[in-house]
Every structure is written in C-alpha cells, then in structure tokens.
Design a protein around this ligand. Structure first.
Ligand SMILES: [Zn+2]
Ligand SMILES: [Zn+2]
Length: 352
C-alpha cells in the first residue's frame, strides 16, 4: 500500500510499504478515507522528532520511518477479537490514543495521560496511508448523516471540547480564546455549545479573525494593535473574562492570560507548549485564579460525532483544503511555508 512516511526532519516520502498485519485482539485495521494535517505533524516535519521516538515506542514497538496522521476517518477492514458493537464495513473515526489499559490512570478512565500512551501517526504508523492500524477501543461508528470528511475533523474538535470541559465553561460565561488557529477554532465552537455569552478571540491574522466573526464570535481582536486585556475587561463590565483558554502554547501569552482572567477565573492552557511560564504568585493567590493544563481528549470524540449528527456542531468552517495523498509531501512543504493560509487540510489516498 501507499504511505507518506516521516524519515526525519524535512524528509517525508510517499512510499510503497507492506499492508498492516492482521489486527491483534485490541486492534482494528481501517481503510482511510480522509486524514487531516495537524500542527503536530507540521512540527514533526519541520524540526522533529518531538513526539516521535527515535527508538521503539514502549507500548507499540513501532519506530520511524512511519506514516504521520492521527485525524482520520474510513471503513473498518478487519477487527481484533476484543470487538464489541463495531462490524467490518462500518464507517468510523478513531480516537488514535494507544493506552496500556492497566495503569492507575487507564483504570480511572484517564487513558490520555497514561504514562505509556502514544498516538497513531506518532507512536505507530498513521493515517497518511491507504490503511491504518488503530486501537479498537477508540473506534466510533459514524451515523449516516456524518460524512467521512466531517468525521476526519472530529479529532481536533475533540481537543476543543475537552479544553472547554476542563475550563468548566457554562451558560452565560465570558470566554477569551487566545489564538485563532485550528485548535482556537475548535475551542470557539465548543465554548459556544457550552453556552458562552461573550466569546472573544485574540488572533493576529485578519483572514482568521474574519472567519471567526462569520462564526458568530462577539469580537475578534488583533493583539498587535489592541490591548486585548483592557478591551475584554471593558466589555465585561470591568470584571474580566470568566475563562481564558490559550490555544497558542506560547509561554509569554500564558502569563498574560493569568493577568487577564477575572478574579476567581480559570485559565486553561490548551496549546502544546514547553518552557517556563513566569507567573506572579500574587496574581493567583490573592485573586483565587486557577491555571489548568489540558491534553488532547478523553472520550470526547464520540461526543463530537453526536453533536455533528444532531446538527448542533457545524465544523465546515474549519475545512479549508482537500488534496490527494499523492501530493502529500508538497502539501506539507506548502503549509510549512505558509501556515496562515489554511486551517485544516485533509488528504485522501483514494484520489480526488
Ligand atoms: Zn492533531
Ligand atoms: Zn495506562
């Protein structure tokens, strides 16, 4: 079969590789319809390995070169013996997180922070291929009214839903989202579903701000021209937002988020970031502010599919490009050069 494999930084190759082996009891093999290019994939492409391990992954044993891609939909080709509720031929999307299933966190249902966890497309061959092996536990069957294209967006949307759930956003809350990229978009959509009354976004790119306004955000600010903290403070009755969700992973913006959220409010860090964040302890202690991290999703993908199926979640604004997997290496190079021009690009191995 065809696979777009990561060999090292800047080195993606469309190659002929052998088909996935028959699934183990806890695995399934899916024929891929669409697979989305994620910021994580671009990082691996540009300057990886970050999340890819150079040696064998402790849980899956896989090592590079391997196909990237963890945001996919498709049709079930083969199922392991531990199956329940899914059949060969079902259209599905998948939670791509491999988990040990027996550790303290897995037993609590917090499989996404299992110490051995890893994702399809980083810890095992991914969805930029004709076929992909996935954790059986992660499969979600698609209702007839959710297309394969929309289902390939469920994974990034689940990141937004999980962040908003972690933030405890409730009806009437004022929410500031920092960063209007794909994850910022997903957070906006989820915060609106959770009942946010005032929904503000800070995003430097004009095209993205306009798109967010079309989606119905209250206001979208250019942080290079506007004192976002002050503007949101004034628009919330000189109180400040109940929740600030950072979707950038930039350390200095995390400190700013703490200074921006209202007294007693919550800051949730959803951007994948590293490095030290400087926070004035007084900003937390005297004003009872909370700061939380959020990672990926935890049983959120089936909820996204339900929201799509019931018409409550229209994610089409997120989808900005459809290309063939054959052009995958060029798509990556284009996105690396100009990330701003797209939110989510989907690749298909089936040809357009
Ligand atoms: Zn992703
Ligand atoms: Zn575990």
């Amino acid at each position: 079969m065809k696979a777009l494999r990561w060999h090292g930084a800047g080195d993606l190759r469309l190659e002929e590789v052998s088909d996935p082996p028959p699934p183990k009891p806890h695995e399934a093999v899916v024929e891929v319809s669409w697979c989305g290019v994620c910021g994580t994939d671009l990082h691996e492409f540009l300057e990886g390995p970050h999340m890819i391990r150079s040696g064998p992954h402790p849980l899956t044993g896989a090592r590079p070169p391997l196909a990237l891609g963890h945001e996919f939909s498709g049709t079930v080709l083969a199922l392991g013996s531990e199956v329940s509720g899914i059949q060969v031929g079902d259209r599905v999307t998948a939670d791509p997180v491999w988990r040990c299933g027996t550790c303290y966190w897995c037993v609590r249902g917090e499989y996404h922070i299992c110490p051995k966890s890893g994702s399809v497309g980083l810890a095992s061959p991914g969805g930029f291929a004709d076929r992909v092996t996935v954790p059986l536990a992660g499969l979600t069957r698609l209702p007839d009214n959710v297309t394969d294209e929309m289902a390939a967006l469920a994974e990034p949307l689940a990141v937004g839903l999980h962040a908003v759930t972690r933030a405890g956003v409730g009806p009437g809350d004022n929410v500031l989202v920092v960063g209007g990229g794909p994850i910022g978009f997903a957070v906006v959509l989820a915060a609106r579903l959770a009942g946010a009354a005032g929904l503000y976004v800070s995003e430097p790119l004009k095209e993205r701000r306009e798109k967010l306004l079309d989606l119905g955000v209250t206001e979208a600010f250019d942080p290079r021209e506007t004192d976002v903290r002050r503007e949101v403070f004034l628009r919330t009755g000189r109180i400040g937002p109940d929740v600030v969700i950072d979707a950038t992973g930039v350390a200095s913006l995390a400190s700013q988020a703490v200074a921006t959220v209202r007294r007693g409010g919550r800051v949730v860090l959803a951007g994948v970031g590293h490095g030290n964040v400087e926070i004035d302890m007084g900003q937390l202690v005297f004003y009872e502010r909370s700061v939380l991290g959020t990672l990926g999703y935890n049983f959120d993908i089936p909820r996204v599919i339900d929201l799509m199926s019931t018409g409550r979640l229209d994610a089409s604004a997120l989808l900005t490009g459809r290309r063939s997997l054959d052009e995958g290496a060029e798509v990556f190079a284009d996105l690396a050069r100009d990330r701003a021009s797209h939110l989510k690009v989907l690749l298909t191995p089936k040809g357009l």
